[in-house]
Every structure is written in C-alpha cells, then in structure tokens.
Design a protein around this ligand. Structure first.
Ligand SMILES: *[C@@H]1O[C@H](CO)[C@@H](O)[C@H](O)[C@H]1NC(C)=O
Ligand SMILES: *[C@@H]1O[C@H](CO)[C@@H](O)[C@H](O)[C@H]1NC(C)=O
Ligand SMILES: *[C@@H]1O[C@H](CO)[C@@H](O)[C@H](O)[C@H]1NC(C)=O
Ligand SMILES: *[C@@H]1O[C@H](CO)[C@@H](O)[C@H](O)[C@H]1NC(C)=O
Ligand SMILES: *[C@@H]1O[C@H](CO)[C@@H](O)[C@H](O)[C@H]1NC(C)=O
Ligand SMILES: *[C@@H]1O[C@H](CO)[C@@H](O)[C@H](O)[C@H]1NC(C)=O
Ligand SMILES: *[C@@H]1O[C@H](CO)[C@@H](O)[C@H](O)[C@H]1NC(C)=O
Ligand SMILES: *[C@@H]1O[C@H](CO)[C@@H](O)[C@H](O)[C@H]1NC(C)=O
Ligand SMILES: *[C@@H]1O[C@H](CO)[C@@H](O)[C@H](O)[C@H]1NC(C)=O
Ligand SMILES: *[C@@H]1O[C@H](CO)[C@@H](O)[C@H](O)[C@H]1NC(C)=O
Length: 365
C-alpha cells in the first residue's frame, strides 16, 4: 500500500521532472492492410476511391529496457500551424480495463500490453483525400525501473498523393489562325496539312498533387527534340489537391513528315511525366493529334479526286489539297495510275482550278 502511494505521488508530482528518453523505442508505422489481411509498410498513400484497403497508423513501442509501467500512450496529428489534435489514447494505469479510446470519430485500434502497448487508427484508403497529408505524433509517458517518469515521442509525415488525371488537347491551325475542332483528334479523322504549314497544339493537364510534373511531347512515339518549340506554364492549384498546367507545341510540318507512309501518319502526342515517382500518363489516357501530311513538291502521279462534292468546309479543303499541282501524301498509291492520268504540273494546276471552280459553283447552288 505504501509503495503504491509512493508510485502515485511520483506520477502526479513528478511530471515536470520528465526526462526525454531515447526516441527510437517508439515509432509511427504506416501500413496498408488488404482485404486478405496482408499488411505492407508504406511511407505515402495514393488516393484511390475504388480501393478496399485500409491505412493503419500505429504507435509501435519496441522493447524499452527500463519500462516499469506505462502511463499513457496517445496518437495525434500536427497540422501545418503546429496545432496538435489527439485522435486516440490508451491509459496504462487501469491495467484491467485498458483499451484504446477515441477522441475523434475514428475508431482506434491496438492492444493493451504492460510494456509493449500498441495504439493506432485505421482509415479506409477510399476515404482519403490529399488533405489527409499531415504529421502524426505518438507520445508515450511511462515510469522507469527507478520510478522516474519518462516521456518519449515520435513524429512522422504521411503524404497522401493524387495522381495526374486527365489531359485536354486543343489545336490551332497556325497557317489560318483558326482553331481546329473537327479533325485531328481521332486516327479515323486526321487533319490535313501541307509541308511548310504549322500547327499549335495545347495540352491542359490535371496533375493531381504533383505540381512538379512536366508535359512531354512525342512525335510518332519518339520524344520530340529541339526541332520544335514547346512552352509550359507554371502549375496552378485549381482545386484542392489538383494542380493544372498548360503546355503547347508549335510544330512546323516538314518534308520529312511527308515521307511517312499512309498507315504511319504524323502523330503528335502529349502526356504528363512526374520524375520523382517515375509516372507517365498511361497510353490510353494520352492525347494525340493525327495529321496526314501533303507535300506540294513531291513528284508523284497526280489523280484528281472524283468524290462527289459536298458543301462541308472540310471536304472542300481536302479536295483542293489533293488536286493542287503534284501534291500527294507520300505512301498513297494512286488507284488509277495509268499513263493517261499523268499530266504535267501546269496542266494539273489548270485542271484543278477548273474543277475547283466548277465545285465552287456547285457549292453555291
Ligand atoms: C481478417 O481479419 C479480420 C479481423 O481479425 C477477420 O475478421 C477476417 O476474417 C480476416 N480475413 C481474412 C481473409 O483472413
Ligand atoms: C514495431 O517496431 C519494431 C522495431 O522497430 C519492429 O520490429 C516491428 O515490426 C514493429 N511492429 C509493427 C507492427 O510494425
Ligand atoms: C478499470 O477498468 C474497468 C473496466 O473498464 C472498470 O470497471 C474500472 O472501474 C476501472 N477502474 C478505474 C480505477 O478506473
Ligand atoms: C469517411 O470520410 C467522411 C468525411 O470525411 C467521414 O465522415 C467518415 O467518417 C469517413 N469514414 C471512414 C470509414 O473513415
Ligand atoms: C479534364 O480536365 C479539365 C480541365 O483540364 C476538366 O475541366 C474536365 O472536367 C476534366 N474531364 C474529366 C473527364 O475529368
Ligand atoms: C490550315 O490552314 C491552311 C491555310 O489556310 C490550310 O491550307 C490547311 O488545309 C488547314 N489545315 C487544317 C487541318 O485546318
Ligand atoms: C499556341 O497556342 C497557345 C494557346 O492559344 C498560346 O498560348 C501559345 O502562345 C501559342 N504558341 C505559339 C508559339 O504561338
Ligand atoms: C538540337 O540539339 C542538337 C543535339 O542536342 C544540337 O546539335 C543542335 O544544334 C540543336 N539544334 C538547335 C536548333 O538548337
Ligand atoms: C517554325 O516556323 C516559324 C515561321 O516560319 C519560325 O519562326 C520558327 O522558328 C519555326 N520553328 C522551328 C522550331 O523551326
Ligand atoms: C510534277 O511531276 C512531274 C513528273 O511527274 C515533274 O516533271 C514536275 O516537275 C513536278 N512538278 C512539281 C511542281 O514538282
């Protein structure tokens, strides 16, 4: 009885005499618990609303050599302003009734043990938002073998990250200064450009929490080198946890582009790259602009398109392109390349303009 009173006196009056014990006896452990109860230590979590996993944050007390009796173990968050909020705690003084208790709406987890208690919280991964990026602090007060109170704590940051999501592509025909909306965005409906013309592609990318992402450009699956100009904006926070960045590519169509075969047309593609996590936008989420390149200087057989003229702008342009001089898309093999169809450039031009004129008149009717 005497010794018991002595113990309580120490606990109640000895607090200001708490000394800082070594911190490596206490750690904050983050782990992902799957449905099959397998557990995987982690240091960061990705937002995933479809996940069935749980994130467990545990205060882990490893063997403390002079551990006589623990007083209280608590798990807290520390926000950006340094404000500490206790989430759960466990008292070691009532050894019969001790269990994790909650200060919040989060159900605490853990087990009472006289010298190796565990305490933590368990969160659904599907319920996490990047606002859950915070510091967790575990604090343990205990009495050592000399009946001296000790205070130890451990702090660890948890990063909750949102991956880059979607990309939106826009195109401007720099040769006409008009936005392109009707062609180019699917492989089935490519845009037509002549060598020497230019297109300006813009990609708006949602970066999630990865504001250090860059927008990259591929030409036919290969990184575009310095033959093109590309510019990138700074990342702006557009909504909680979602940065946005704009990149644009000013591309001059070259004669080399016209050498591409018809089933390997010019494809300009944007995607997001995050260096520190080696992330690249997956293939099916990238944005691609498809271009059929025509070369007015190419010396290939010219055929005059025989498609019936419709009054849509696009068909009008394509018909015009196909009948200009020796203009051809390389790789296109003329379907009627007999000699009678061979005509000189001047004849071809004359015929073309005639056809255009007739069609123009038809279009007006
Ligand atoms: C996982 O653990 C919980 C609680 O201990 C138990 O109820 C459940 O049956 C376990 N699930 C599997 C797949 O072992
Ligand atoms: C607690 O920490 C000890 C020592 O660092 C480690 O061996 C053990 O695996 C940890 N326990 C859990 C549940 O993470
Ligand atoms: C200890 O816990 C038990 C069970 O929860 C409870 O019945 C008892 O009153 C507690 N004792 C004290 C001193 O808090
Ligand atoms: C999920 O999040 C909501 C809102 O933040 C919260 O009210 C709810 O308790 C959370 N549920 C779980 C299981 O964590
Ligand atoms: C794609 O991103 C844009 C902004 O860049 C946004 O307005 C749009 O809602 C997003 N679309 C989808 C399907 O997420
Ligand atoms: C772009 O503009 C040029 C000049 O007006 C025109 O020749 C070309 O067909 C246009 N291409 C597209 C895809 O709009
Ligand atoms: C390309 O278009 C974007 C969006 O209109 C514009 O901000 C950018 O300056 C253009 N790039 C060039 C080189 O003109
Ligand atoms: C493009 O890069 C290559 C190799 O990095 C260099 O030799 C060349 O001069 C560069 N061209 C321009 C126009 O900067
Ligand atoms: C593209 O063409 C424009 C206009 O002719 C020129 O100013 C620009 O330097 C060219 N860009 C590249 C990368 O060759
Ligand atoms: C068109 O092709 C003919 C031969 O097929 C060639 O003689 C002529 O120079 C070419 N015209 C142009 C403008 O390249």
């Amino acid at each position: 009885m005497i010794s018991c009173m002595f113990f309580w006196t120490l606990v109640l009056f000895g607090r200001q005499g708490y000394s800082q014990a070594q911190d490596n006896f206490l750690s904050v452990d983050f782990s992902i618990l799957s449905l099959d109860n397998t557990s995987q230590p982690v240091s960061a979590v990705k937002i995933d609303t479809t996940s069935t996993d749980r994130l467990n944050v545990l205060c882990n007390v490893s063997a403390i050599p002079d551990f006589k009796q623990f007083i209280i173990l608590s798990i807290n968050t520390i926000n950006q302003n340094g404000v500490i909020q206790r989430l759960a705690y466990m008292s070691g003084l009532n050894q019969t009734g001790a269990k994790p208790l909650s200060d919040s709406d989060i159900t605490p987890i853990g087990n009472f043990h006289a010298t190796k208690p565990t305490l933590g919280i368990s969160l659904k991964v599907s319920n996490l938002s990047c606002e859950d990026t915070t510091k967790y602090k575990c604090s343990l007060a205990y009495v050592n073998n000399d009946y001296k109170p000790e205070d130890i704590s451990a702090i660890r940051s948890l990063t909750v990250s949102a991956p880059p999501s979607n990309l939106t592509m826009m195109a401007i025909n720099e040769s006409s200064s008009l936005p392109i909306t009707d062609v180019g965005f699917t492989s089935a409906n490519p845009a037509a450009f002549m060598v020497g013309q230019s297109v300006n592609l813009t990609c708006i990318a949602r970066l999630g929490t990865h504001k250090d992402s860059t927008i990259k450009w591929n030409k036919n699956s290969v990184a575009i080198g310095n033959e093109s100009e590309y510019i990138e904006s700074e990342a702006d926070l557009v909504k909680a946890c979602d940065y946005e960045k704009t990149g644009s590519l000013f591309y001059n169509i070259t004669e080399e582009d016209a050498m591409l075969t018809s089933n390997n047309r010019l494809e300009l593609q944007c995607f997001v790259f995050v260096a520190d996590v080696s992330f690249e936008t997956p293939a099916d989420a990238r944005q691609t602009f498809y271009i059929d390149v025509y070369n007015p200087k190419a010396t290939t057989t010219t055929t005059i398109a025989t498609t019936t003229t419709k009054t849509t702008t696009r068909q009008y342009i394509i018909t015009t392109t196909a009948s200009m001089g020796n203009a051809t898309r390389n790789g296109d093999v003329s379907s009627s390349s007999n000699d009678q169809n061979r005509i000189t450039s001047m004849q071809s031009l004359a015929v073309s303009f005639g056809v255009m004129f007739i069609r123009y008149q038809q279009n007006q009717m």
